[in-house]
Write a protein that binds this ligand. Structure first.
Ligand code: Z5A
Length: 209
């Protein structure tokens, strides 16, 4: 295949269905003959997986400050972009990523209240010119998402935050979609899985075809 690949990110609150949809999208794209790479954040490289462990490590949960968290997510991303995403795009693959820079804008910025300008500058440093061609936000009432996600292997420190935090996260994603309507598309995550998959698939086809 000639030419640069496409970079598609999936975003949303806990339990919105990103990971499930990403796997289904990857299968459909492969069935359509596309070379696909899937990755998740934080992680996706050896360095990134170690950073993921630091972020998840129980003993750090009560002491880690917001700025440290911001920089750790960014460090994992900087490595993922240069080691995995850019080379895959250069090889013509479709790259699907479960969370990317918008998670930082929304969780560390809108959610935790870190300065938006600082968050944007750190994001820029981490991703360089590697911007998604399409970002799909799977929008869902956090009460439903948390119910779906309960009992699963999440970052408990974050999951135990007050519901208002998740409401700010949701509002942050919707505001982002308003600011960047060409890149960021919102789908209704309360629909059944097959319907969400079809809607996302239509958006993806517009970008990859
Ligand atoms: N974080 C951050 O703060 N800053 C950053 O820069 C980054 C991340 C990159 C990552 O946790 C945490 O890190 C996350 C944000 C923060 N915080 N919190 N809290 P993670 O990677 O461990 O988890 P997650 O990203 O939040 O994903 P998740 O809970 O695994 O959710 P999901 O991928 O959106 O959902 P799922 O696994 O596909 O589906 C959940 C369940 O619902 C599953 O049983 C599905 O079968 C079911 N499901 C999915 N869709 C449907 C529909 N439509 N109907 C019914 N049931 C459904």
């Amino acid at each position: 295949m000639g030419g640069r690949g496409k970079f598609i990110t999936l975003e949303g609150g806990e339990g919105c269905g990103k990971s499930t949809i990403m796997e289904r999208l990857a299968e459909r794209l492969r069935a359509a003959g596309r070379a696909v790479l899937t990755c998740r954040e934080p992680g996706g490289t050896e360095i990134g997986e170690q950073i993921r462990q630091v972020l998840q490590y129980t003993r750090y949960r009560s002491v880690m400050c917001g700025e440290t968290e911001l920089l750790l997510f960014a460090a994992s991303r900087a490595q993922l972009v240069r080691e995995v995403i850019e080379p895959s795009l250069a090889a013509g693959r479709v790259v699907l990523c479960d969370r990317f820079m918008d998670s930082t804008t929304v969780y560390q910025g809108a959610g935790r209240g870190l300065d938006a300008g600082v968050v944007a500058a750190i994001n820029r440093a981490a991703v360089g010119s590697c911007m998604p061609d399409l970002t799909v936000v799977i929008d869902l009432d956090p009460r439903i998402g948390l119910e779906r996600a309960r009992g699963r292997d999440l970052f408990d420190r974050m999951e135990n935050q007050a519901l208002e935090f998740y409401e700010r996260v949701r509002a942050g994603y919707l505001a982002l979609a308003q600011r960047e309507p060409a890149r960021v598309k919102v789908v209704d995550g309360a629909k059944d899985l097959a319907a969400v998959e079809e809607e996302v698939w239509r958006l993806v086809q517009d970008v990859v075809s």
